[in-house]
Design a protein. Sequence first.
Length: 390
Amino acid sequence: MTTTALAPAPGLRLGPFALAAPVVLAPMAGITNAAFRRLCRETGGGAGLYVSEMVTSRALVERSPESLRLTEHHPDEPIRSVQLYATDPATAAAATRLLVDEGRAEHVDLNFGCPVPKVTRRGGGAALPWKTDLFGAVVRAVVRAAEPHGVPVTVKMRTGIDDDHLTYLDAGRIAVEAGVAWVALHGRTAAQMYAPHADWDAIARLRDALPAEVPVLGNGDVFAAEDAVAMRARTGCDGVVVGRGCLGRPWLFADIAAALAGDPRRVRPDLGRVVAVFRRHLDLLVEHLGDEGRACRDIRKHVAWYLKGYPVGHDARVRLATLTSVAELDRIVDTLPLDAPYPGGAAEGQRGRAGVARPVALPDGWLASRRLDPASAGAVAAAESSVSGG
């Protein structure tokens, strides 16, 4: 991919924090637990910001064990960053106060990008910014609750519900007026899910529409360091958010930090190095979860991502995908061609969820007005209880 030459990207401010590299790990359910975040920092040179899995504000206020677990951080995490899902301003504020009062978060990111039907059919996630009054009320409530502690609040969102119902420009302006530290935009609508290709031009339009002093971060289709450079060149964004691109490649953050600084060096691991990182990932999961069996079950979904492009046979892949113990992993590793070099393009490109474009599930009459009417209010009131996993 050919890109316009750029000066090295400066770091990024997040309230009282200075990020050496303008790169952020996107929250991913079932992925960005404390173990994975720690692994990304270790292999990524510590550059950037690493955000937790999403936690729902109602579950947090009710102190559900799972929601509290999702907000756990390892002592060496330099910034305790939590993504909050919220549809009700009062509950969102209460959840934020819990996070900051108990020292569970030094940064709160608000999720307005989730496209899954169980969320959008209740008016949550990517559907919520359509109701501009509700969107503004939630963001203002969280900013006000976090402000006394000096905790910055950011927003992550999509371009809209579908191509006929775009929300990102209005939402960006409202978020800035509410006092957020930055706005991150995934260049897809909810209808597009993760289907190719992200609309980087929308990121550029948002950057042009908002005050220069408020950073705009771009998200979508950053699968390599060169993608991050290209996104910045095309959009003028102040930083990049990486989700699926780092699956099986937690060292991607080191590549991106180097590329944005003008450094041509890249991490190109042979199979032995990949397996060592995979083993480290498992060890961190065992430590985090306190249960070797559970850790092995958790890491199974990562196998195909780590091994993409490498000459590992079907039998070994199946054994890894049904792993039950650390000792078993070590036995399998002894059978692998650990000196196999980095396979180049075969290891690159898209990974994780792809999905296809589809109509968005919404509450009845949701699109009739940009403001929250009584009919829609009931759906929103039930939204958080419909979201599981925290």
